[in-house]
Write a protein that binds this ligand. Structure first.
Ligand code: URA
Length: 194
C-alpha cells in the first residue's frame, strides 16, 4: 500500500467513532488520472468498507459505464472517512479533522482531475460556498495541503435520484472530466486501460 492512501486508525471525531463500523478508505488505482471525492460514507459504505457502493454508487457506476469506464479505472474517496450518524452532513470540525488524510491521498495519487461530487466536497475543496448545479462542469484550482489540484465541480450522483433532470448535469460534468484527462494525456487516454 502506497504511503498516504490509507488511514488504519483514527479517533479524532468522537461522534463518528461511536457511529462507524469501520474507516472507509478510498479505492482505485494509486496513480489514477481521475479521482472522485464524495462527502462521507453512508450505511452501505460503512457496512462494506468501500466508498459509493450504495444507490449513489450505482448511479456513479452507470455514468462511468456510459463513458466506457469502470470503477476500477478511477479513484473514489470521500472528504470524511467515517459514517456520520443518521446520515447527517459531516460537521466543519469533522471535515477539518479528515482534511489532512484527503490531502495526503490526493498528493499520493496526483490525479489530473479531481471531481467534487456535490456541495460538501466542492465547498470543502474550494473553501467557499458553491452553487453546485450552476457551477457543475467548471474547473478550478484548489489548494490542499502543500499541493494545488484541478477540481471540477459536479452534482452528487444522489441528486439524480431525487431530480432526474440532474442526470444531464452529471453526465455533462463527467464528459468534461474525461475530456480534461484526455487532453492532459495528449489525446492518448489512459482511462479505461486498467
Ligand atoms: N455518498 C457519498 O458522498 N459518499 C459515499 O461514499 C456514498 C454516498
Amino acid at each position: 500500500m502506497e504511503e498516504g492512501l490509507e488511514v488504519r486508525a483514527c479517533t479524532r471525531c468522537p461522534a463518528l467513532c461511536d457511529a462507524r463500523s469501520r474507516i472507509v478508505n478510498g479505492v482505485g488505482p494509486a496513480d489514477a488520472d481521475l479521482c472522485f471525492v464524495g462527502e462521507a460514507p453512508g450505511a452501505e459504505e460503512d457496512a462494506e468498507g468501500e466508498p459509493f457502493v450504495g444507490r449513489s454508487g450505482q448511479v456513479l457506476d452507470a455514468a462511468l459505464r456510459d463513458r466506457g469506464l469502470a470503477r476500477r479505472d478511477v479513484r473514489i474517496t470521500n472528504c470524511v472517512r467515517c459514517r456520520p450518524p443518521d446520515n447527517r452532513d459531516p460537521t466543519v470540525e469533522e471535515l477539518g479533522n479528515c482534511r489532512g488524510y484527503l490531502a495526503d491521498e490526493l498528493a499520493a495519487v496526483d490525479p489530473e482531475v479531481v471531481v467534487a461530487l456535490g456541495k460538501v466536497p466542492a465547498e470543502h475543496l474550494l473553501e467557499r460556498s458553491v452553487a453546485v448545479t450552476a457551477e457543475a462542469g467548471t474547473l478550478y484550482d484548489a489548494r490542499l495541503g502543500d499541493r494545488t489540484h484541478r477540481v471540477l465541480v459536479c452534482v452528487h450522483p444522489a441528486a439524480t435520484l431525487y431530480d432526474p433532470g440532474q442526470r444531464e448535469t452529471l453526465g455533462a460534468a463527467l464528459d468534461e472530466a474525461v475530456a480534461l484527462v484526455d487532453a492532459a494525456d495528449g489525446g492518448q487516454s489512459r482511462l479505461g486501460e486498467f
